[in-house]
Ligand binder design. Sequence first.
Ligand code: FAD
Length: 477
Amino acid sequence: MVVGEVSTSTDVLVIGAGPGGYAAALRAAALGREVTLVEREAVGGTCLNVGCIPSKVLIHAAELAHLPTRSTTSGVTLSASVDLARLQDHLREVVTGLTSGVDRLLAGAGVTVVTGTARFARANRAVVSDGDGVQHIEFDQAIVATGSRPVELPVLPFEGKRVVDSTGALFAFDRVPERLVVVGGGYIGVELGTAWAKLGSAVTIVEAESTLLPGLDARLARVATRSLTALGVEVRTATRALGPGPDGGLRLTDPDGSPDDEVTVPADAVVVCVGRRPNTDDLGLDVVGVTVDERGLIPVDAHRRAGPRVLAIGDVTDGPALAHKATAEAEVAARTAAGLPARFDPAAIPAVVFGDPELATVGLTRAQAEADGIEVTGFVFPLGASSRARTLAVDGTPPLGHVELVADADGTVIGAHLAGPNVSELVGEMALAIEMAATVEELAATIHPHPTMSEGLLEAANGALGLPLHVAGSRRS
Ligand code: FAD
């Protein structure tokens, strides 16, 4: 629906059509509610349009481009060339395929989709404007799912071509940048840095903290640093970007900003991914009795309720800014809005870094568990002992990576931290194990198919029981 001078009403108003908002709209409609979904840009939100999906297409294409440099010992000789314009078209085609699927689902569910920017005007009313007109929508319940946007560094404002955000790193370059600096060594920086290094850029990743991927299990972060270095990426931790330098370079220094430590690195392009900020500033939240915290996040209770008629989900709320967290919260918010009992109370939320190798994590790290006073047991199974990992190693070297299980004194699984090929596909099993309070004994008694990466979970469980099979001795972590 296009915005005009109209006034409508709805049971549930959802603002933002990302993986939080569109899922909430679909679920609320399935529960029999009349639903209006407002989106100011494109259905699918950050994730489908400029985040999860195009970045994974780029990462996959970059892996194909890089394969020839690694495949020779397998007896296969490949060659690759990169047509960046075609690759970017491919990104757009995959995105469109998925977003048009979401459009069809919404239409099929009877959700009214309104294009425009929504803002609360009264306790039960929002105003939607699209530049040409305004529409007033009265609602019984509203779900805020407006997501987040990239943080801009004052010293490195985005200008669209040379200094870009993650969206620019996917779509804005005319050619593969010869020298690319990624500012921010979180998961987005590591993923994009890996992809562009494989596409041919000389990549430097700059991270202000003392390690890449701050907050992730330290063993996983070490794997990332080692593998990036092996790929030729320069990793500069404990380093801060100061701004543009001479000859198009980027000035860097240590976190204290000491002028003696200042250096300039060459850069044809700079990708800044230093975090994201919730889109909560222009929503008129005060009108509906909602106050944001100092980070701009909307506080919610376990039912996702933020105010008398307002619920909130996804990146605008606390917790990891991840699509599957937004979608899981959407299920709860839709049920709450429909007057049904629901709580968001997961035992753990998995996370994946789609680098090379992939890193996947769920639950507590050993360090976190110990800091919580939990008596920890566990095991680290190295992938060099995994038959499947070896069959996948096209360059003949034992694969870098491991499967670590963390369990409490009773053997209940409380964490899993994985590095290796396709481990993104394994972490769901470990999320299930943690949700069901499975023990390492139960995991070890579960037959896993051979030869698969999933056997690493079995091997780590055996190890945690003190009975490792394919590694000598006991290597409890
Ligand atoms: P969003 O997806 O941000 O959607 C919010 C929507 O609200 C937007 O479409 C916006 O236009 C709209 N909106 C905002 N304000 C208004 C308003 N006032 N009126 C109307 N509409 C409004 N997560 C993963 O889980 N896995 C990944 O692999 C992954 N990769 C990523 C890669 C990149 C490069 C980036 C940037 C992010 C990635 N993420 C990933 C994170 C993921 O995209 C977000 O966590 C997820 O999109 C959040 O969903 P959301 O529904 O909360 O918000």
